[in-house]
Each structure stands twice: as C-alpha cells, then as structure tokens.
Design a binder for this molecule. Structure first.
Ligand code: ADP
Ligand code: MG
Length: 395
C-alpha cells in the first residue's frame, strides 16, 4: 500500500481544503505552545509555492457541537499569521455564507482558516451532508492532521472520499517514521514505556514486543508491574485491577526472550505536594507511607546503558511526574540518553512530546510524533481511518 502525497496531487491554482491539527493549548486568549502549528509550516509552504489557495480547518478542544467563545480559532489565526509573515483570512464560520465567500475570494498562495470544526455537531458524527458542505469549498483535499487521524470524522474521513486527496508533509513524515517502527528490522530495538497507566499501553506492549529486544518500564505504570511482582509500592499510583494483566505481560515478554528492566530505585514522597520530604530509596524501601513519583538515578543509569546500544528506540510516557520539578530528573535523564543514542529514535504521546520540547531536546530526536492517541493506536498496529483513505487503492 502506498500513501498518496502532495506530489500526487495537482494543487496549482486550486482551492485546497487542508485539515490540520491545531488543537493547541491556549492561555489568556493566546497560543501557549505552537509546536503543532509550526509542524504544518512545510506543508503550507509547499502548497503556497505551487499557487494553491489554502483553506485550513481544525478542531480545538471539546466544544461538543456548540459555539464556545473561548474555543474560537482567532488566536491560532493570529499566531499562524506571525509564523507565515502574511495575514490569515480567518472566518467565524465553517461552511456557511461567510466561509464560502472567503473560499471564493482567496487568491493563489493565500491562506484562510475556518472556525473550530467541532462547533458543528455534524463533524464528530461524520455526517455526509456536512462532509459535502466542506468539500464544496474546495477542489481538492489535503490531510495533515495526524493527531486526529484515529477519529472517523467528517473533516478527516468523510471529505477525503469526496475530493482528490493526499497526505500533507507532516502526515507523510509521521507515517514513514511510525511504519519504520512497526516493520522494524533494526536491532537492538528498545521500547521505553512510562506514563500513568498500564491500561493505556497494553496494546502497544503486545504489538511492539513482537519485535523489541528490551522493554524499559518507568512512570506510574512501573508501579503496577512492581506490585505484581510482590514489591511494596505504598501509596503509589498503581492499578490493582491490572495485576494479573501485568504478570501476563511479563511472562509474554519472557516467552519472547525480551529483557524487561524495571526500576531498582525511586524518588518517593508521602504525597505529591510534599516535595521537601522527597528522597531517593531502593525499590525495597519505599514503605507504606510513601508514593513513587519518579525513577531514581541508579535506574536512569541502567536504562541509559541499554539505550546507548540501541539501533531503534521508541519512547512513550514520562518516567515520573515531570510536571513537578522535584520529580523531573528521571524523565530528563532518560530523555538525554535517548537524545544521545546514535540509533533511530522516536518519541510519541502527548505528555512525552511536551516533556521533550520542554527539555529542549526535540531537535536531537529523529522523530517526535505530534499525535497522542493517534500515535498509540498506530503503534498498536491499528489502521487509522484518516490514513486508510489516503492509501492508493482506496481511490
Ligand atoms: P503520554 O501522554 O506521553 O502518552 P501518559 O498520558 O500516559 O503519557 O502519562 C503522563 C502522565 O503520567 C503525566 O501526567 C505524569 O505526571 C504521570 N505520571 C508519570 N509517572 C507517575 C507516577 N510515578 N505517579 C503518578 N503519575 C505519574
Ligand atoms: Mg497523556
């Protein structure tokens, strides 16, 4: 199967409906983190260079089919305009008269932005009439919203069947990098998993452990594995209803001959706010009064050693509560090891990508995925509805 790309689509002079993922955090009516906007700039440049009239559309937050003033795309239009160095024709309308007028008046190389798609309930319902209304604004369709590709909505799926369509450059880059992970022939393949819960990551563990050589577990999810093996984890976040599942995953890894590395020390505190009482202890000494909030330095060193020899690294989920500076060092240490690894390195997941950005290491990682749920589903081996329609034989 081959992905249709911008090179396959005649966009010259045409109106191109372009689905992007501008679901970015806002603060006081301004864009707080513009990573996802910047990630689409190569596609926008390619389209504009070819004289396309670019009609952008995106969702933002969860307005659930109603107009919400705080979720209008005006701040995004402003930030995008700054990044492009030209004004963006933003309309407070999705498929109505105002949107149609904007689309009709857009000149070659100009950029317009429609209002938040999820203000219309028909978007998430993948309503065929809404898809037709969107399609009628343009002559072709580009999907650059990898982060929304796991959702079968009107703007990601419905419209793709109605117009000549192709993946944007970001979508293409995501799919190439993540497909390389799924088809991995690179060994040693080291999979690092952290974050809050095992239950979110079971599918990824099952699918990728078919190819991985080593599994490194940190973050909250490691607590569930530790507990399943009989360790005291005190007041740590752990999923008591997943202990059998954890044991099953450990024996699956053993059957497959994979090295499983669990934390041997941890940064603990009685509670998250009691940072002045945070200290590092061996895993055997967590105690009932404490909770694990980060992996310790010995664990970072053991993980780093495995990572340094990897040909392929995939990392999802922070190693601790990195939002709190006292519990950030584990994530920082592992991030530095991944950044220094000479192999092909991929980081995915909303919080993991944010951590890598915050640590200033994104440019030392081969691929930082812009998807959260979409990245995880792709790595589980699921076919994403938004991607399926961009594959050659589906048109
Ligand atoms: P991603 O978005 O990258 O997939 P997750 O959403 O699974 O990652 O996990 C991120 C969350 O996990 C963060 O909010 C972090 O605070 C939390 N977390 C990590 N380690 C722990 C821990 N030891 N105890 C409690 N929460 C943790
Ligand atoms: Mg998350």
């Amino acid at each position: 199967m081959r992905l249709r790309t911008l090179r396959d689509l005649a966009v010259e002079g045409r109106r191109v409906l372009t689905r992007v993922d501008y679901n970015v955090p806002l603060q006081d009516g301004r864009v707080d983190d513009d990573t996802r906007i910047r990630a689409t700039l190569p596609t926008l440049a390619a389209l504009r260079e070819r004289g396309a009239r670019v009609i952008l559309c995106s969702h933002l937050g969860r307005p659930k089919g109603h107009v919400r003033e705080d979720l209008r795309l005006a701040p995004i239009a402003e930030r995008l305009g700054e990044l492009l160095g030209v004004g963006v024709h933003y309309v407070r309308d999705i498929t109505g008269a105002e949107a149609r007028a904007m689309a009709a008046q857009l000149g070659p190389g100009e950029v317009g932005l429609l209002e938040n798609l999820r203000f219309d309930p028909r978007e998430e319902q993948n309503d065929p009439e809404f898809a037709r209304e969107l399609a009628s604004l343009a002559e072709c369709y580009v999907n650059d919203a990898f982060g929304a590709a796991h959702r079968a909505h009107a703007s990601t799926v419905g419209v793709a069947a109605l117009l000549p369509s192709a993946a944007g450059l970001l979508m293409e880059r995501e799919i190439r990098a993540l497909t390389r992970v799924l088809d991995a022939d690179d060994h040693p393949f080291v999979l690092i998993l952290g974050g809050a819960k095992i239950s979110d990551k079971i599918g990824v563990i099952e699918n990728l452990s078919q190819r991985a050589d080593a599994l490194l577990f940190g973050g909250g999810m490691a607590n569930t594995f530790l507990k399943a093996l009989g360790h005291e984890v005190g007041r740590s976040l752990a999923e008591d209803d997943r202990l059998d599942e954890a044991r099953r995953l450990l024996s699956l890894a053993e059957q497959r001959g994979i090295d499983v590395v669990l934390p041997s020390d941890a940064v603990v505190a009685p509670e998250l706010s009691a940072v002045e009482r945070a200290r590092t202890v061996p895993i055997g000494e967590v105690g009932p009064e404490n909770a694990i909030f980060d992996i310790g330095p010995e664990t970072v060193a053991r993980f780093s050693k495995v990572i340094s020899g990897a040909a392929l690294v995939v990392w999802n989920g922070p190693m601790g509560v990195f939002e709190v500076p006292a519990f950030r060092e584990g994530t920082r240490g592992v991030a530095q090891a991944v950044a220094a690894c000479p192999g092909f390195t991929v980081v995915g997941g909303g919080d993991s990508a944010a951590a890598i950005e915050e640590l200033g290491l994104a440019d030392q990682i081969d691929h930082v995925s812009t998807g959260g749920g979409a990245t995880l589903e792709f790595l589980e081996g699921k076919e994403l509805p938004g991607v399926r329609l961009l594959m050659e034989e589906n048109r």
